[in-house]
Design a protein around this ligand. Structure first.
Ligand code: ASP
Length: 335
């Protein structure tokens, strides 16, 4: 029995300095990260450390994340009680959600990182990694899928957001709140969210999964004041899906509405909110460009999913061959 640790770079590992500009770069291996945390000795189970990639999280690909899911799945099948992944925080909300969509085990997979790199006073990486390992080893975390553990808070990957660019309290779940806390080293789960059956698991292990994902392009367009939609010209020729981060409850300008309607006849277009919290609505407003108008034009309602998570889900669905009805059904279930 052990906890598997996979390292993917990010600030938590950035103790090296670039020879070009002196800025920090990923350097620490998993062995070096864990050596800096003597309290891991009290975890009760050993850590089985595997270095996967050492990159800024902007450089991670879906395929790399799914490789780690595969490796973590094999580790679980071989008997580990949980898994921890360390990575950069910038795309952590997307990768954790991607993992959650395909993770089929009762054992938790916990994602964490750091906001202060190891060269700074008060670096938070060791505390976050220790808390993440404690959650991964906790029987109470079984059945919760992918989790984000940060700043002693436990978040369901399905709702976690990076909401601050520098604070060590960078993660929050605006729609749900944390589902637990790590208190005096002990994980306390306060709420157990309804976890829908993970799906597309056969996709992850499918022989051509990486190739299909690599070929699938899903765009994200943020609606803005006085947006004429010109940026979206010809998008159907280059992309297989589009997520719209709409204004407020899911609105766009009356110029953009027909552009989106025409696109949704060619590729799936999902409507979300750019607001940072809350849902898009379904049947309240009636103007051109409102949520009812956009749905009538064929857009799929993204519900409570934020634009970044919606893009992850849509890319998986389209890569898996889903048509508009399957896309709508999946967002109806998970949005
Ligand atoms: N830019 C870094 C990254 O995402 C930030 C971090 O690790 O928190 O890799």
């Amino acid at each position: 029995m052990s906890v598997a640790l996979f390292t993917l770079g990010g600030t938590i590992a950035m103790a090296g300095h670039s020879t070009d500009n002196g800025g920090v770069v990923a350097r620490l291996t998993g062995a070096e990260l864990t050596a800096a945390i003597p309290a891991l000795a009290d975890l009760g189970v050993p850590l089985d450390v595997r270095d996967a990639h050492a990159v800024p999280s902007a450089n991670l690909t879906f395929a790399q994340v799914l490789e780690v899911v595969d490796a973590a799945s094999r580790a679980v099948e071989a008997g580990v009680v949980g898994a921890v992944v360390t990575q950069g925080t910038d795309t952590l909300e997307e990768t954790a959600f991607l993992v959650d969509l395909v993770w089929r085990h009762q054992e938790p997979l916990v994602v964490t990182g750091a906001m202060r790199n190891p060269t700074l006073a008060g670096a938070d990486g060791p505390a976050n990694l220790l808390a993440a390992a404690r959650v991964a080893a906790s029987p109470d975390a079984r059945g919760l899928g992918a989790l984000v553990v940060f700043n002693d808070e436990i978040h369901a990957a399905r709702w976690a957001r990076k909401t601050h660019s520098t604070s060590t309290a960078a993660f929050a779940s605006p729609n749900a709140g944390p589902i637990g806390h790590v208190i005096e080293g002990r994980p306390r789960i306060l709420a157990r969210p309804d976890r829908r059956e993970p799906f597309l698991q056969e996709f992850v292990t499918g022989p051509d999964a990486s190739a299909r994902l690599g070929m699938t392009r899903v765009a994200l367009h943020t609606a803005t004041l006085d947006d004429d939609g010109a940026l979206l010209d010809g998008l159907e020729a280059t992309h297989h899906g589009l997520v719209v981060a709409g204004l407020g409850v899911g609105h766009v300008s009356s110029d953009l509405a027909p552009v989106l309607g025409a696109l949704s006849q060619r590729i799936p277009v999902v409507l979300t909110s750019r607001s940072g919290g809350g849902s898009v609505l379904r049947h309240t407003y009636g103007a051109i460009g409102s949520e009812t108008d956009l749905q009538r034009r064929g857009l799929v309602n993204g519900g409570l999913l934020d634009p970044y998570k919606a893009r992850v889900l849509l890319r998986l669905l389209v890569a898996n061959g889903a048509g508009r009805d399957e896309v709508a059904a999946a967002f109806g279930r998970l949005g």
